[in-house]
Ligand binder design. Sequence first.
Ligand SMILES: Nc1ncnc2c1ncn2[C@@H]1O[C@H](COP(=O)(O)OP(=O)(O)OP(=O)(O)O)[C@@H](O)[C@H]1O
Ligand SMILES: [Mg+2]
Length: 264
Amino acid sequence: MISIQNVTKYFKKNHLRKDDTDERFRVLDNISLTIQDGEFVSFIGPSGCGKSTLLRMIAGLLVADRGKVLVDGREIEGPGSDRMVVFQDYVLFPWMNVRNNIAAGLKIRKESRETVEKKTAWAIDLVGLGGFERSYPHQLSGGMKQRVAIARAIVMNPDILLMDEPFGALDSFTRISLQEELIQLCDKNHYTTCLVTHDCDEAVYLSDRIVVFTSSPARVQEIIQVDLPRPRDRNRPEFIEIRNHILRLGRIQAKQQERQGRCS
Ligand SMILES: Nc1ncnc2c1ncn2[C@@H]1O[C@H](COP(=O)(O)OP(=O)(O)OP(=O)(O)O)[C@@H](O)[C@H]1O
Ligand SMILES: [Mg+2]
């Protein structure tokens, strides 16, 4: 279980205006949220509101200024192989082939050669990259690279999968097929998953709950429970209603942001 308790985070301002008295700005404002084991939760909200910042905190890459993040009752002290992150821009090692990219984490963990081979083959099979083991990242399509990035995370057998707009750069056909694969993978392996996305359709298709954030500083605006049966039908009226509701919330935030911009 992930427990985010009253988390507030500040960053240093890049551009200080003459009348600025504070060198910092608040990016996350008193966020509290609990994510249950095996739950799939999406973070959605205006660009720049702080979604990636919150995800990086769960990953242990950033520390809260106030409040804390706990996993299974223990405060996070840094990154751990129980929490694997998949970023939007793949971040593959260009000099390694598919197999070695996926095996890299296991080798760092000093697993035996036999285990590395077995687990890597399992992950390659799971993401459907059989036959491409010897290909290098520059020889792969965007969708294939993202499959490698997902395989590299799941090969570590994490409890928690953290994904930051993993399908943002992909065309809509590839995105939809990867969404279908991802939800099956999460279900089969009982991952607890946090997904940052800008895509309302993706959030409704995948999530048990959707956390909608306000514009900066991010606060929880609304948490939407999605109780539709899986695999979800994107044309079902209830699906469309939830998607439209999130879009409405987004429009309200955009208007507020616009007004704040005009006033400051
Ligand atoms: N390391 C950092 N130092 C200073 N400011 C930062 C840092 N990381 C992020 N920010 C700022 O914090 C704010 C929130 O950034 P974050 O990346 O969390 O937003 P986001 O909601 O993920 O946006 P997007 O949807 O565009 O990816 C932004 O104003 C960003 O410029
Ligand atoms: Mg982001």
